[in-house]
Every structure is written in structure tokens, then in C-alpha cells.
Design a protein around this ligand. Structure first.
Ligand SMILES: Cc1cc2nc3c(=O)[nH]c(=O)nc-3n(C[C@H](O)[C@H](O)[C@H](O)COP(=O)(O)OP(=O)(O)OC[C@H]3O[C@@H](n4cnc5c(N)ncnc54)[C@H](O)[C@@H]3O)c2cc1C
Length: 381
């Protein structure tokens, strides 16, 4: 039995949910498939920038209002960046961002997406095979059933089947990071409104973070470029343990803290390399398209934005069945026009700082001089 849809979306994270949400009133028959059921966790720093709210507002202003009323979350107004010497400087944000556990944020977004009356969710279902030919696209689920559509949208994250099988992507360690996360309660000195980012001697290039969550909890983690992890044979979980236990300034903050889970890790496909993110009856969004900021590691907003762009192109091209590479190329152009400038400059920043302890110490010391600090413009967040 083949079930027919207009679009098949693989993955119901921020990219897939935003795609489905954007087409809420389109009448298009959408199959949204995820190997998990919701609510589901995603290993992440849980920092949701103000850009996510702008994207929601563009889809429907009521969504932003709802997100703002949504608890539990913290309101983030600044970031505090620490040098290896533990000097810090503070950078204010021009717009308020949030820290929201992904289990909550993704479930909220998924619930909104499922208000699309013509979307059907296939949860707890792994996609085993993905195919496209001249006239159609289809997937085979693990129970053997087959879904068919005009186009497939790959929103299936860092280990995307669509990216591997249809676009032929392979992990490029120069443009890929690994990171670990652990939730904590009662970390000393949490301000509740500030992201904390630490460049630590012996743990560069990469950074350690403490992001404040509601209920006096924190998202704590450490990430590094995969190339360095492989070259130096670094065990990220062990590195996080050492940072928490062996660096006196950090140890002091965690002495009465309680770990709420085991350390968990996941990959980050970075946007520092351009890929062809569409092809024969498919488009890739979010992590599947390798759209994570190469410096900050943020990928929620780019996942949402690319999901929205893909949805808008599907709506435009469906009537004429225009899903061949020459028709979908407009998607690549739009995504990179919007994101490539940032990705490129943040990649150069990542390379420039590298593991140069003295340089990071110097820059943060300069940023900390009061009359200079006063003049640093607020960051867009
Ligand atoms: C440790 C860490 C910290 C991070 N911190 C931040 C941060 O603070 N802020 C930020 O903006 N970004 C952060 N990121 C990046 C962010 O998590 C991702 O960019 C974001 O989740 C991308 O969304 P997505 O929808 O593309 O993919 P995902 O959120 O990964 O969603 C993909 C979905 O596809 C499903 N799926 C996968 N394979 C299949 C299959 N074969 N069949 C069916 N379903 C499938 C999965 O179950 C999942 O639900 C971090 C990442 C890591 C690893």
C-alpha cells in the first residue's frame, strides 16, 4: 500500500516543524516523519536567539506572543566571555533571547506545526530508504510501508539520511564540531540573564559554556572542532569532567551543584563550507544542510529559517511540479544569500583565534577596559 502526499518531511525538529508550520494554511498534504515521539530531547545548549522570534513573527505574529508567554524559559540580555586568564568582558544584546530546554521548545514548535490540518505525523518511525526519480520521491519506513510525494524535505539533522543518500554528503571534520552537554542544578553565581562562554587554556580551539535555565538549573557544555578532536584524540566527556573538577575557578562554582543527567554528546555540521543543498526532488534544511554557525555553534534559527524558505519554494513550485535541480537552485541561493556572510566571517574568527591563548587574553583584556567596553555596540542576538 503506497500512501500519497504532496510533500514528505523527514525530521520534526526546528527545521521540519517550521516547514510544516509555514504551510499551515496551504492545503498541501504533508507527511511529517520522525524516529522519535514528542516531547523528545535534543542535545543542545538551549540558547534560542531573538532571530527565532522574528521567524515565528513572519509566519504568524501570534506565534511570537505565545512563545513569550511560554514557560519555563530564561530571558537572556547579555553574554559574559572569559579569557584563559579568567578576565571577562560583557557584551549586551540588542534584543532579548532565551534559554529554553529543547525538550520544551521543540515540543512547543511541533505542537504548533501539527495544528496544520493537512499534515500527518508518523512518529516513532525510522526512515530506512529514500528515493527519487523523474516523477516522484518516496521513502520506505522501518515497518515496510511506503510514502510517496512530489518532493522530499530533509530536516533529519546531523546524521541526515537524505543528505547522505540523495546529496552524497560525507562528514568533513574541518567543517564539523562535536560537543557535549550536561544539565546541572545549583551552580553558584548564576545570574539568570547572561550566557557564560569560557575560552580555557588546554581546551582550545573550542569553548566551555554555562547557560542559565529556569528553576536555578543550567545547561553546561563543551565543544570543539572535529578536526582537533581527531588530531589530539580528545575525549569530550572526559574534557568536560576535567574542566568541572580541575579548573579552580570552575570547580568553585560547581562545588554544591548537582548533575541532573549523564553527559551527552552530538555532532554539529557547520556552515563554513558551502554545499549543494537541493537536488533532484529534494531540499535539505537545518543541520541536514550543514547550517550551524561555525563560531557560536547556533543552529536553531538557521534550521527554522531554512525550513521556512523551503516551504515557500514548495508552495510556489508545486502547481507546475517544478522540483528538478534547476528549479530548486533558488533555494540554495536564498539560503546562502541570507547566511553565508555570517558563516564566512565567523569561520575566519574561529580560525583567527584558534588556540592562541595570548591573543584571546589580549582581546578580552582590551574589551574589558571600561571606556572601550562602554563603546562596544550591543550584539544582535
Ligand atoms: C551540544 C550542542 C549544543 C548546541 N547548542 C546550541 C545552542 O545553544 N543554540 C542553537 O541555536 N543551536 C545549538 N546547537 C545546534 C542545534 O542543536 C541544531 O542546529 C538544531 O537542532 C538543528 O535543528 P534541525 O531541525 O535541523 O535538526 P534536529 O533538531 O536534530 O532534528 C532532526 C530530527 O530528525 C529526526 N530524525 C533523524 N534521523 C531520522 C530518520 N532516519 N528517520 C526519521 N526521523 C529522523 C530526529 O529524531 C530529530 O527529531 C547545538 C548543538 C549541539 C550538538
Amino acid at each position: 500500500m503506497v500512501q500519497k502526499f504532496d510533500v514528505i518531511v523527514l525530521g520534526a525538529g526546528p527545521a521540519g516543524a517550521t516547514f510544516t508550520l509555514t504551510l499551515k494554511n496551504s492545503g498541501l498534504k504533508i507527511a511529517l516523519i520522525d524516529k522519535e515521539t514528542f516531547p523528545r530531547d535534543k542535545v543542545c545548549g538551549d540558547a534560542v536567539s531573538s532571530i527565532a522570534k522574528r521567524i515565528l513573527r513572519q509566519i504568524d505574529p501570534a506565534l511570537e506572543t505565545e512563545l513569550l508567554a511560554f514557560a519555563p524559559k530564561t530571558n537572556i540580555t547579555k553574554a559574559k566571555v572569559y579569557s584563559p586568564r579568567f578576565q571577562s568582558f560583557e557584551i549586551g544584546f540588542s534584543k532579548i533571547g532565551h534559554c529554553i530546554r529543547r525538550i520544551d521548545f521543540d515540543n512547543w514548535l511541533f505542537t504548533k506545526a501539527m495544528q496544520n490540518p493537512t499534515a500527518t505525523f508518523f512518529g516513532n518511525t525510522k526512515v530506512k530508504e529514500v528515493f527519487t526519480d523523474a516523477n516522484k520521491a518516496w521513502v520506505k519506513l522501518e515497518d515496510g510501508s511506503i510514502l510517496e510525494s512530489k518532493v522530499i524535505i530533509g530536516c533529519d539533522g546531523a546524521h541526515s539520511q537524505v543528505a547522505k543518500k540523495l546529496a552524497g554528503f560525507r562528514v568533513d571534520r574541518k567543517h564539523y564540531s562535536g560537543a557535549v552537554r550536561q544539565y546541572y542544578r545549583n551552580v553558584k553565581g548564576l545570574t539568570g540573564d547572561s550566557l557564560e562562554v569560557y575560552f580555557l587554556k588546554g581546551y582550545l580551539p573550542g569553548y566551555f559554556w554555562i547557560f542559565p535555565l529556569s528553576n536555578n538549573e543550567a545547561n553546561v557544555g563543551f565543544g570543539m572542532l572535529s578536526e582537533t578532536i581527531a588530531q589530539k584524540k580528545i575525549d569530550l566527556k572526559e574534557s568536560l569532567r576535567k574542566i568541572l573538577e580541575e579548573i579552580p575557578e570552575v570547580r568553585e562554582r560547581f562545588k554544591d551543584a548537582e548533575a541532573l543527567e549523564d553527559v551527552k554528546g552530538f555532532g554539529l555540521p557547520l556552515g563554513s563550507k558551502k554545499y549543494e543543498i537541493s537536488g533532484h526532488r529534494y531540499m535539505l534544511c537545518g543541520d541536514a544542510a550543514s547550517l550551524i554557525d561555525p563560531f557560536s555553534g547556533e543552529g536553531i534559527e538557521t534550521a527554522m529559517e531554512s525550513g521556512k524558505f523551503a516551504a515557500e519554494l514548495v508552495l510556489k513550485n508545486l502547481a507546475q511540479d517544478q522540483f528538478l535541480p534547476e528549479h530548486l537552485n533558488a533555494y540554495d541561493e536564498r539560503v546562502y544569500k541570507k547566511m553565508w556572510g555570517n558563516f564566512k566571517s565567523h569561520y575566519y574568527m574561529q580560525k583567527f583565534l584558534g588556540d592562541r591563548v595570548w591573543l584571546i587574553n589580549k582581546l578580552i583584556a582590551i574589551g574589558n577596559i571600561p571606556w572601550i567596553n562602554k563603546r562596544i555596540p550591543k550584539a544582535f542576538y
